[in-house]
Design a protein around this ligand. Sequence first.
Ligand code: ATP
Ligand code: MG
Length: 254
Amino acid sequence: MGRVIAIANQKGGVGKSTTAINLSACLAEKGKKVLTIDIDPQGNTTSGLGVDKNNVENTLYELLLEEKKVKECIIGQVIENVDLIPSNVNLSGAEIELIGVEDKEYILKRAVDKVKKKYDYVVMDCPPSLSMLTINALCAANSVLVPIQCEYYALEGLSQLIHTIELVKERLNHKLFIEGVVFTMYDARTNLSLEVVENVKENLQQNIYKTIIPRNVRLAEAPSYGKPINLYDTKSSGAESYRLLAEEVMNREG
Ligand SMILES: Nc1ncnc2c1ncn2[C@@H]1O[C@H](COP(=O)(O)OP(=O)(O)OP(=O)(O)O)[C@@H](O)[C@H]1O
Ligand SMILES: [Mg+2]
């Protein structure tokens, strides 16, 4: 039965999409069947997995508006073992279209529940906001993985995110839990990265992944080739670190 993981942090540019793409790809590399869902109108996960976001017909938007069935929105095998539900800018209109729709928080959950038995993992990339889109992801998820960028304002907004997750858990999805936080864009040449890691470890009562994702230019380049890091530069530090993260995620089962 698929484990459903939402990758969320309402702070922008912390590495959510990079983590969604490369965690999916590295789980797939280990033989796991993965469904990746792009829940961000920016469509970065869609293009990062090599799909032309301006040329997709059935997207998460059509799914949320219940114009299409979930199976019609899945693009099979965008890379080996990874299926994708794509998104593009149309999705930014969904929030307004859903005003007044009953049980709108659970639309994605109902869709995911229909297909998750076919997968080992469902990985969802959230937008940088605590919007109805993120709430749909949190309702569909078993757990949340929170990327934290190793920079001075790392902790800013984190308490708001944790509060939101707790509200959703209390009112909408009792089984939801925080899987853990993962540090991203760690720069070993600066003291700041190290200080941020130490500071977060002291102040945050959450699981913290042992794997720390380094700042690696290959990770930033890969999306423009539409490839995850393990296929773009398999020996890069970025690829190695996302493989380790995938292993840790697999080991946290149960
Ligand atoms: N470990 C890394 N090393 C180098 N560059 C990185 C790394 N992780 C992410 N980046 C780059 O940083 C930028 C932001 O990353 P990403 O898009 O994954 O963040 P995000 O949280 O999804 O952003 P948004 O909130 O806009 O959705 C991108 O240009 C990405 O290529
Ligand atoms: Mg993103």
